[in-house]
Design a protein around this ligand. Structure first.
Ligand SMILES: Cc1ncc(COP(=O)(O)O)c(C=O)c1O
Length: 373
C-alpha cells in the first residue's frame, strides 16, 4: 500500500451510501473485474477475497488435485504452498536464481509425471525468467500459474505479469502495491478456465442472473466472493497503479545510480529492468557474513533493509506445517495422506543449497515511496 487518500474515501462513501454491498446486483465488482482484466491484458478477471483465495480458485479452475504435484520456488510466501495442499495436491520446491525467483534450470530437473502445474512467483515485484519457464512448461504440456501477489501491475517483455501463464493470481492486501485492505483477483484468457474460476469464487453463483449460461457442468465451489465496498476502493487504486509504479521505478533507478555499495558487492539485475515494479533493490555480497555487515551499514544510513533468509514464512525452511506433512484439516482430508499422493517423493528435509546461499548473501533494500501532495 503506497498511496491511499481522499479519492478512496470518496469512492467508499459513495459505495456505502448506495446501500448495496453484495457482489451481485451492484456495479463496483463487475467494473473492477473489467478494469483489472484490461489493465493486465487478459480476457477475464475474477475478483476474490484475497491473494490466497486467488491461488486456490485458480488451482481449482485448472483442475489440479490429488495425484499431482505443483512446482513452486523456495522463496515465496507460505500461501503459495498452502493453496496447493488446499486442493489436495503436493507442493514441491524449486531453487531460485540470483533474482530470487524460480530457476528454470532447476525447474526442468524437478519435473515429474505427476507435475500438474508450475507456479512461478514474481517476488518483491521482480519478474521471473518467464520465457524459459514457459518454454519448459509448453514442452511438457504443464500449465503455468503465475503468482503475482507481490507484483501487481509489473510486466515482462512489455506484457503484464499474470497474462503470460494459463492463470495469474494477485493480492490487494495491506502490504501490496495497490490495496483495498484485503482482496485478490484471478485472470485468464481461456474461456473454459474463466467459467471454472467463476464457479470456484462462488459455489452458489448459478442462482444469480449475472452468471449467465455456463457451457460446462457446475462443480461444488466455495465462497471467495468479493464485495462492493472493497471493489469501490480498489477501482481508485487500479487507476493510480501506473503512477505508483512510475514513481517507484524512478526512485529505484535513482538509488541504483547513486547508492554506494562496497566493491565486493553487486546490484542484481532483474529479468526485466523495465517491467520490474520498483519496490526494491537486491545487493549481493560474496558471503552471508559480508551481507549481514552491509545490511547493518545500510540500516545505519537510514535505509529499510533485510536479508531474505530472515523473512520468516517467505522461506521454504519456515513452512513447518507443510514440511512436517501434518497440516491436513482432518485426518481423512489431508493431501499428504491421500492414497494417490503416496508415490510423490517430497524430500522436505533436504536443504536447497543454492536458495539458502542466495537468500543469505542478498540484502534487499526497499524503495522509499514519496507520495505527491
Ligand atoms: C507471493 C505471495 N503469494 C500469495 C500471497 C497471499 O496473499 P493474501 O495475503 O492476500 O492471501 C502473498 C501475500 O502476502 C504473497 O506474498
Amino acid at each position: 500500500m503506497y498511496d491511499i487518500g481522499k479519492r478512496e474515501i470518496k469512492a467508499l462513501k459513495k459505495a456505502v451510501d448506495s446501500g448495496h454491498f453484495f457482489r451481485y446486483g451492484g456495479k463496483e465488482v463487475v467494473a473492477a473485474e473489467k478494469e483489472w482484466a484490461q489493465k493486465v491484458g487478459a480476457d477475464t478477471a475474477v475478483m476474490v477475497t484475497s491473494g490466497t483465495a486467488s491461488l486456490i480458485a485458480g488451482l481449482q479452475a485448472l483442475g489440479v488435485g490429488p495425484g499431482q504435484s505443483v512446482l513452486l520456488p523456495g522463496y515465496t510466501f507460505i500461501s503459495t504452498a498452502l493453496a496447493v495442499t488446499a486442493v489436495g495436491a503436493i507442493p514441491l520446491y524449486v531453487e531460485v536464481d540470483e533474482s530470487l525467483t524460480m530457476d528454470p534450470e532447476d525447474l526442468r530437473k524437478k519435473i515429474r509425471k505427476h507435475t500438474g502445474c508450475i507456479m512461478p512467483v514474481h517476488m518483491q515485484g521482480m519478474p521471473c525468467n518467464l520465457e524459459p519457464i514457459l518454454d519448459i512448461a509448453a514442452e511438457k504440456g504443464i500449465p503455468v500459474f503465475e503468482d503475482c501477489c507481490q507484483a501487481d501491475g509489473g510486466s515482462y517483455k512489455g506484457k503484464r505479469l499474470g497474462s503470460w501463464g494459463a492463470v495469474g493470481g494477485y493480492s490487494f492486501n495491506q502490504f501490496k502495491i495497490i490495496s483495498c485492505g484485503e482482496g485478490g483477483a484471478c485472470v485468464t484468457s481461456d474461456p473454459n478456465i474463466a467459467e471454472r474460476l467463476y464457479m470456484a469464487q462462488d459455489g452458489s453463483c448459478s442462482v444469480w442472473p449475472e452468471t449467465g449460461a455456463m457451457s460446462q457442468a457446475f462443480f461444488c465451489g466455495g465462497n471467495f466472493r468479493f464485495n462492493e465496498l472493497n471493489a469501490a476502493m480498489l477501482r481508485v487504486q487500479i487507476k493510480k497503479l501506473d503512477k505508483i509504479l512510475k514513481r517507484l521505478r524512478k526512485k529505484r533507478k535513482e538509488l541504483l545510480e547513486t547508492l554506494e555499495i562496497p566493491d565486493d558487492c553487486t546490484f542484481i539485475r532483474t529479468h526485466d529492468e523495465e517491467g520490474q515494479c520498483g519496490v526494491c533493490l537486491l545487493i549481493q555480497a560474496p558471503t552471508a557474513d559480508r551481507a549481514e555487515a552491509v545490511e547493518h551499514e545500510l540500516a545505519a544510513a537510514g535505509h529499510t533493509v533485510h536479508r531474505p533468509i530472515n523473512s520468516g514464512r517467505h522461506v521454504y525452511k519456515a513452512w513447518d506445517v507443510v514440511n512436517s506433512q501434518r497440516g491436513g484439516v482432518h485426518p481423512e482430508w489431508d493431501a499428504f495422506r491421500h492414497p494417490k499422493n503416496q508415490r510423490i517423493a517430497t524430500h522436505y528435509d533436504r536443504a536447497m543449497k543454492r536458495t539458502d546461499d542466495l537468500l543469505a548473501r542478498t540484502v534487499l533494500l526497499h524503495t522509499p515511496y514519496v507520495k505527491k501532495k
